[in-house]
Design a binder for this molecule. Structure first.
Ligand code: MTE
Length: 347
């Protein structure tokens, strides 16, 4: 397949100024979300304001909760500004905070877009731990604090493209998955990384639904080189604030060149494997959802053509449809990983 550079990011769009969040002020005012749903009707739109040496993107100030632990809050005081090079940043308009946290796919809380914000109030994101298993020198169960301790948090502004043909632009807070993987020292047999979401039917009503089609827990996977790619992010925040439950609190994956279903939420297990791991949507409908799930305008889902997408929010007065970009516009950063592969077969 011919691989073209992204056509939507012109050099003139990349600001030389740093883009940052005015977090000290934000955190100092006692804001933060880590668990508990928030009624969307209470939420004003996010503010995106030009400020001094760059842009400032902050969540609305009247919707958040106090951080659960001092170490967690202090991590958020020192978020590094987005690096405008290397695909970590797009200057496209941010999707308003209200939409990012109220229009979600998180089947553990229901199948409608409004279900996750409405039904995720019982998710306990603190305390949290992650089991590291499989082909690694340092397996074990690590607390979230252990996981995060050595990592600086940084901001990334990524496009998110869902296989359902909608897209958003989201300012995430997190750190490269590669940096975490290195700490656990994968063995030479580790060719893939598998991720599992929390399985807790008590707090996740979608998991106790009689009509559920997914075999829980939700699972996803990446090839090792994809997991180590600098774009692959473990996110713990959005809009300079803690991840709300509906967005995958307290820690989730963000893989911006793949369809959104690869970006697994609320991770409790990371397993290093020799063989390609089974993944939830592929298990459910292999002819519709592949393991790779790279955004590709010329490989169509049986029910959805993929050459166009709609940028949310959509209103009665405006609809923003645009051509879908190969690898969601991140070809410069990722295309070399797929050289020689037939992307129509390995979809
Ligand atoms: N992770 C889990 N555990 N369960 C899910 O249902 N949905 C996926 C992905 N991660 C999902 C998940 C899909 S289909 C998408 S498009 C993105 O999450 C949506 O992320 P967002 O709700 O933060 O926009």
């Amino acid at each position: 397949m011919l691989i073209k550079p992204p056509s939507d990011i012109r050099p003139s769009e990349i600001t030389p100024e740093s883009v940052y969040l005015n977090r000290r002020q934000f955190i100092a005012s006692g804001l933060g979300v880590v668990a508990g749903g928030v009624a969307s009707s209470l939420l004003p739109s996010a503010s995106i304001a030009a400020a001094g040496d760059g842009l400032r993107a902050t969540a609305p100030s009247d919707m958040a909760r106090a951080a659960p632990a001092a170490w967690w809050g202090s991590k958020f005081e020192a978020i590094k500004p987005v690096d405008t090079a290397g695909g970590f940043y797009t200057s496209e308009s941010l999707t308003p905070y209200r939409d990012v946290i109220s229009y979600n796919n998180f089947y553990e809380f229901g199948t409608d877009k409004g279900d996750p914000i409405a039904n995720s109030g019982d998710l306990k994101a603190d305390p949290w731990s992650i089991a590291i298993e499989g082909e690694v020198e340092k397996p074990g169960v690590y607390t979230l604090e252990d996981i995060l301790k050595p990592h600086d948090l940084e901001e990334r502004i990524y496009r998110l493209r869902c296989v359902e043909r909608w897209s958003m632009v989201i300012p995430w807070v997190g750190f490269p998955l590669a940096d975490l993987i290195k700490r656990f020292q994968p063995t030479s047999k580790a060719k893939y990384v598998e991720f599992l979401t929390l399985h807790d039917p008590q707090s996740m009503p979608g998991q106790r639904s009689r009509f559920t089609t997914i075999e829980w827990p939700y699972r996803e996977g990446l090839r090792m080189d994809e997991a180590m790619n600098p774009l692959t992010l473990l996110a713990v925040g959005v809009y300079g604030n803690y991840l709300p439950p509906q967005n995958g609190a307290p820690i989730r994956l963000v893989v911006p060149w793949k369809y959104g279903f690869k970006s697994i939420k609320s991770i409790v297990k990371i397993r290093f494997t020799e063989n390609e791991p089974a993944t939830s949507w592929n298990m459910l409908a292999p002819e519709e959802y592949g393991f790779y799930a790279n955004v590709n305008p010329s490989v169509h889902h049986p029910r959805w053509r993929q050459d166009m997408e709609t940028r949310l929010p959509q209103t009665l007065l405006s609809s923003s449809r645009s051509p879908t970009l190969l690898f969601n516009g991140y070809a410069d950063q990722v295309a070399s990983m797929y050289m020689g592969m037939d992307l129509a077969k390995l979809y």
